[in-house]
Write a protein that binds this ligand. Structure first.
Ligand code: CA
Length: 255
């Protein structure tokens, strides 16, 4: 049983480069590996994240904090996720709920949707898929477009458009996901494994070489034609995105 409730209560941590207040997400999941995978991913996507490892902790967190979204696993050690869902739904202001369900538990999914879950995702899932669902749920009632900017490079998360200066840049979906991840983590060296875990399935071991291939594609589209390079190679680690000056500073400090 684990719970990592953030003790700052209502104080929200500024994480997102878009300068918006971070959305707060509660992850209810007892499996440590999935907990870590989700919380790391969502934090680097700019969300404030709390984790509950069982139903009782989840319910007490939901009563004490206003969440923008709850990600709810149905198989919990102390109680059924569906009863957690009912308790969340009984609250006056009830956040959207995204259910995580095991592959074959069709009945659970149906029941969950009947009980008012907003969406569901079947395990195992790719992080990008989860992030897309999370964004869709959070966008309801939140029409502000999310836009990332590093130097003259901009990425519009909603319209999925990338520009460098006046030029529109066409990216394949995976290239877009990698660029978005790097822009959200600007100035932070990212290992190939981190990029793989973020953009492909969670169990994509041994395919880190593919990252180099995609980075080459990305460079040819966003860097090669421009004097100022945004994607920096961090020796022994992987890659980092930043403006040329900032990137050089970071690398000189040892990244
Ligand atoms: Ca579980």
């Amino acid at each position: 049983m684990t719970a990592f409730a953030d003790s700052t209560g209502g104080a929200r941590r500024p994480r997102c480069y878009t300068a918006d207040v971070a959305m707060r997400v509660l992850i209810v999941e007892d499996e440590k590996r999935i907990q870590d995978f989700l919380s790391r991913g969502l934090e680097s996507a700019g969300y404030a994240v709390d984790v509950a490892g069982d139903g009782a902790t989840a319910i007490s967190l939901v009563h004490g904090t206003e969440y923008d979204l709850v990600i709810l696993d149905l198989m919990l050690p102390d109680t059924d996720g569906l009863s957690v869902l009912q308790k969340v739904r009984n609250r006056k202001v009830s956040p959207p709920v995204l259910i995580l369900s095991a592959r074959d538990a069709v009945d659970d999914r149906v029941k969950g949707l009947e009980l008012g879950a907003d969406d569901y995702l079947t395990k195992p899932f790719a992080f990008v898929e989860l992030l897309a669902r999370v964004r869709a749920l959070l966008r309801r009632g939140q029409p502000t477009p999310e836009r990332l900017q590093v130097g003259d490079l901009t990425l519009d998360c909603i319209r999925r458009k990338v520009t460098r200066g006046p030029d529109a840049i066409e990216l394949a979906p995976k290239e877009f996901s990698i660029l978005e991840y790097m822009m959200r983590n600007r100035g932070r060296p990212l290992s190939r494994t981190m990029i793989v875990e973020h953009v492909w399935d969670m169990d994509y071991d041994g395919l880190t070489n593919i990252v180099d291939v995609y980075i080459r594609h990305l460079r040819s589209k966003i860097d090669d034609l421009y004097p100022e390079k945004m994607i920096h190679t961090v020796r022994g680690i992987g890659y980092m995105l930043d403006t040329p000056e900032k990137g050089a500073e970071q690398l000189a400090r040892g990244g």
